[in-house]
Design a protein around this ligand. Sequence first.
Ligand code: NIG
Ligand code: FE
Length: 399
Amino acid sequence: MTRTVLYDASEVFCGPDERIEDGAVAVDDGRIVAVGPSDAVTREHPPENAETAIDASGRAVLPGFVDAHTHALFAGDRADEFAAKLRGESYQDILVAGGGILRTVRAVREARSEELLANLRSHLDVMLAHGTTTVEVKSGYGLDTETELRMLDVVARADDAHPVDVVPTFMGAHAVPEGREAGAYATEVATEQVPAVAEQGVAEFCDVFCEEGVFTVEQSREVLEAGLDHGLAPKVHAEELAHVGGARLAAEVGATSADHLLHATREDAAALADAGVTPVFLPGTAFGLGAEYADPDPFVAADAPVAVATDFNPNCYARGMGFAVTLACVGMGMTPADAVAAATRGGARALGRDDRGTLEPGARADLVVVEGPSHVHVPYTFGTNAVDVVVKDGEVVHA
Ligand code: NIG
Ligand code: FE
């Protein structure tokens, strides 16, 4: 048995209403076995008997971040589009002109798998150093069966080769390929790509970009229902740039999450809560686009546990969850405790993972130690990394 003990922490953050001052966490074989006041935990699990003992005095211990929405597998970058947007071009103008997602699609189709894998691994290294212990990665820069399968294969290889747990999502319906019509392409995704992805057995979720000028609600439904028939749980990019009904669709198909929600209404929030769909906020995208942030109030009123994630992609080059938490507080008005919970437990919920995202006996021992004495230091510290130590499955993987 390998044992890890973190002790004398100023705060152990288990959830917004569960914070232990002068706390400790004990881990056996990758699972948490005790959480509580430091003197009680260390009496039962003495640090001197542990393989790894971490004196966390003056610092806070939190669950590892669960980043539930990224497009982290790509080639090239789009820094010039960042500059173009600052000059006033819109995200949709750039996409319609063959830039944006379509440009990354060209780069990914041309890239060798080894190059894609190296890119993803280097991003995972950065995410891990910023406290992310589980990350969702979508395909969706292939937009043809062969390249979508190749992307998902690279995601699976990255998961095998890296301490961060990588959750694969198929997103063949991320954009309409150049020269194609949306309806015919959605049918291709539903009837050709989804069965091929299920056959390869590499994706857990099926996501669609349900958006004005991309896929309609009915086209999105066709793709998501095909996914369900093949064992892929639905996710929806909903109400990001306009209100088109993606949140309602997410509720109707019983999606695991509905993401973005910048234009969601009170009725949408209630429908998602009733259907048990986890809302995922991506404030980095709004920040980068200079758009208005999602309003969390209707979701709080609907009593829905929410998630906050990075949306890391070439249009939102943000890999650290700490910055997403800062924006959730400063931009969206969430409390630091709620924002940290959304980045941990909320993210786990948005990925259907109930074994992580909190600190309690039986949970996976994915933890971070931050350089300040409380969870508030996560949003409070921006521009630099607040994470000192990262523990994944009980092992120190970054210090
Ligand atoms: O979640 N909205 C669609 N997908 C991404 C952007 C991907 C890209 O621009 O490459 C998003 O923001
Ligand atoms: Fe996205």
